[in-house]
Design a protein around this ligand. Structure first.
Ligand SMILES: [Zn+2]
Ligand SMILES: [Zn+2]
Length: 163
């Protein structure tokens, strides 16, 4: 089944199609412009920016890198409502682990208290953070995830300047 490239929800009927991307509605289509633009950015531009970011100092703490993508996972619930998200942290390893530890703590405290999703999603988010913390390492070369993020950042900048 197709999923929206922006919000990740399943597309049952209709939806919008642009290039290789599917979007669930016009709001996501507008946000998805950045994906379409990102495909047009030349490879060497992305490569150069990625290397610069990777070797530069950490945007969060200012300390020496290498800088890469560190994902952290959060969930919180309030009775019938549960919200969860994945945060893309572009930072050094130490800041990445810090973000994962924070999300781990918040999810353990506030994730459970929603019916029914809190009970299912909370252990998933906890495990993902634990794995992230255990597997944290310094990448000697930029990861593909960092390259993707840089591509999207350049595209977002381009769209911002176009306005
Ligand atoms: Zn969507
Ligand atoms: Zn840092």
């Amino acid at each position: 089944m197709a999923t929206c490239n922006v919000c990740g929800s399943m597309i049952l009927f209709g939806g919008k199609k642009e290039g290789n991307y599917r979007f669930c509605n016009n709001t996501c289509l507008a946000k998805g412009k950045v994906f379409l633009v990102s495909d047009q950015i030349p490879h060497d531009v992305v490569e150069k920016e990625t290397k610069a970011l990777h070797h530069g100092s950490c945007p969060k703490c200012g300390n020496h890198g290498p800088v890469d993508v560190h994902l952290s996972y959060r969930v919180w619930s309030a009775l019938l409502f549960t919200s969860w998200k994945t945060t893309v942290n572009i930072c050094c390893k130490r800041c990445g682990v810090k973000a994962q530890a924070l999300d781990l703590t918040l999810s353990s405290l506030f994730g459970w208290w929603g019916i029914p999703w809190g009970i299912f999603i909370t252990p998933v988010q906890i495990v993902k953070n634990v794995i992230g913390i255990c597997k944290a390492k310094n990448h000697l070369t930029p990861s593909p995830a960092l390259r993707n993020q840089v591509r999207l950042l350049i595209a977002a900048n381009y769209l911002e300047n176009e306005k």
